[in-house]
Design a binder for this molecule. Sequence first.
Ligand code: ADP
Ligand code: ADP
Length: 225
Amino acid sequence: MQRLKIDHLLKTYPNGVKALDNVSLQIGNGMFGLLGPNGAGKSSLMKILATLLQPDSGNVFFDETDIGTNPHFLRSRLGYLPQDFGVYPRISAAELLEHLAVLKGITNRADRKQQVAALLQQTNLYENRKQAVSTFSGGMRQRFGIAQALLGNPQLIIADEPTAGLDPLERNRFHDLLSEIGEQVVVLLSTHIVEDVHDLCPEMAVLIGGQLVLKGKPSALTEKL
Ligand code: ADP
Ligand code: ADP
């Protein structure tokens, strides 16, 4: 069943750069790879999906709801995993997750504690829960990023270049964790690394210069490129 429907998106920036040129895609549960070089338009598409940027025209539907007219429907079901979480405060991992859980509207204290503990376990950070996030290694920060993205049981997870800067071991752990999550929800993985898509995504599309030039299985990459 298709859950995310991207329909004829156009986006031109004020400087005249056409970032998205008639992009259409339909995506169901599981890991979907969006592959493209720097400047292809991946971040622009991710920002539109995250309702942080408005397209000039076109529509995005999630579970048949138009997010242009009803952005809250998607926001409440969205987990965003940025390239770099950005802020690594000196409070502990558990405390930070609890604060973020409040922002996500998980108001019941017992629910919140239970969810935070479960996510720390799932991302293999439970032992480090009392440690400040600012002291975490790159791989730990990435796993922490996944934990925060999973708060509130999102149905769509947007991961923007999430493996940038990870060593091979960290990257494997990260891959295993993402594949586990990817079964019941839509995970959209944006990357310029072909191996990320090969290793993780049963379905993918290639974006170049704002246009989707290929859609299908990763095996199509080795055939066509
Ligand atoms: P990617 O994520 O694949 O690197 P982006 O969506 O960031 O691609 O960028 C697509 C194109 O749009 C690039 O040429 C980029 O320089 C341009 N671009 C991105 N954001 C802006 C902006 N805010 N203003 C002007 N041009 C932008
Ligand atoms: P990403 O790495 O996610 O593609 P960048 O680091 O290139 O994004 O860009 C950071 C910010 O600058 C983004 O908000 C992007 O929209 C904006 N930006 C990117 N390219 C341009 C550009 N050519 N002109 C103006 N803003 C841009």
